[in-house]
Design a protein around this ligand. Structure first.
Ligand SMILES: [Zn+2]
Ligand SMILES: [Zn+2]
Length: 336
């Protein structure tokens, strides 16, 4: 059958050929489009919800969904091509199909934009928090280890934030003996505490307080008190009542030297109760000695500072050696 309109081509739909059918295509476009954007984080309100990730794409899909086309055509693509300079119009491209034959339609539509702070940014501004991570050390002083741990927590939360906008830091507070970091999401505190416990020698104490009622449920705030083992090598410690020189840590525990017996020991972190560790506040001086001679299980050393000579038990194979000095006694420094 030949097209009843043009009389030239084969009819494909209701007596009309392909071309004559396309001439009947009517695309209905929305009168205008608008968007609400958070000036702080760039989130876009799509419908009733705020979109934080891929928000541009969500908004585009939602605001172009009111494009319609008459039968027998089908819309196969909706795309914002661009904005005009003043950002009061958008160019949209609609693609439609008639049995796989694709045509494009262009539209210019009035556009408006509003800037409103999103609920998450309002929480951050309002210092909302679900968890507080307190990073502390053993000596009451702020140490590099504590600063590093704080930085790691900030990085961790910022990384989570790229996927989950509920992850945020609402406050970082330097306190006399450490740092307090307030988190928007409790789970971040939980995960961080677990990670640091696996990585560092530290104790973690978790507590909570009832902070009110939210959405009909009791709402608790959690505190993660992380105490890092941050004594410096040479520190004099009492571990389970015995006196030691702290030599250093490795991934599994502490290297310490028994002051009375002069013997090196290793304390596995798994069996270590930090509440049983106390410090005298004293730090043994570390000095470098030259090895002069060694024989019969003894080594003769010379202090490089004052040239005084001492004999110690054990044969030291190196030419030089670092020793801790405590109450006139020498103890080999093992290094971290
Ligand atoms: Zn025709
Ligand atoms: Zn925001």
């Amino acid at each position: 059958m030949i097209c009843i309109k043009c009389g030239k081509r084969e009819a494909v739909f209701k007596g009309l050929c392909n071309e004559c059918t396309w001439e009947s295509a009517v695309v209905e476009s929305p009168g205008s489009v608008s968007r609400i954007i958070c000036p702080k984080c760039g989130a876009i309100k799509v419908g009733n919800a705020w979109s934080h990730n891929h928000s541009e794409a969500h908004w585009e899909r939602k605001s172009l969904e009111t494009f319609r086309i008459n039968e027998p055509f089908r819309i196969t693509g909706r795309e914002v091509v661009g904005f005009n300079k003043r950002r009061d119009f958008i160019d949209a491209k609609i693609t439609a199909s008639l049995d796989g034959d694709i045509r494009e339609f262009s539209f210019t539509i009035p556009y408006s934009e509003d800037k409103i702070s999103c609920p998450t940014c309002n929480k951050i501004t309002g210092s909302y928090f679900e968890a507080k991570v307190q990073i502390r050390g053993m000596t009451g002083k702020v140490t590099d280890k504590m600063v590093d741990a704080g930085k790691k927590l900030v990085e961790f939360v910022e990384n989570n934030r790229t996927r989950d906008h509920q992850s945020f830091i609402s406050k970082v507070e330097d306190v006399k003996d450490g740092v307090d970091i307030y988190l928007g999401k409790r789970k971040d505190g939980d995960t961080f505490a677990k990670n640091i416990k696996a990585r560092e020698i530290c104790s973690v104490v978790i507590s909570n307080t009832l902070a009110g009622v939210r959405e009909g449920k009791q709402f608790y705030r959690f505190t993660y008190m992380i105490r890092l083992f941050d004594y410096e090598p040479g520190s004099i410690l009492f571990v389970n009542g015995r006196k030691y020189i702290f030599q250093g840590t490795n991934a599994n525990g502490l290297n310490i030297t028994d002051v009375e017996k002069g013997r090196d020991t290793f304390v596995n972190r798994k069996g270590l109760d930090l509440t049983k560790v106390t410090a005298t506040g004293e730090i043994a001086e570390k000095r470098r000695f030259m090895v002069i001679s060694r024989n019969n299980g003894e080594t003769e050393l010379m202090d490089r500072q004052n040239y005084s000579q001492t004999t110690i038990k054990g044969e030291i194979t190196d030419d030089e050696v670092d020793m801790f000095i405590l109450d006139g006694q020498l103890y080999k420094a093992r290094g971290e």
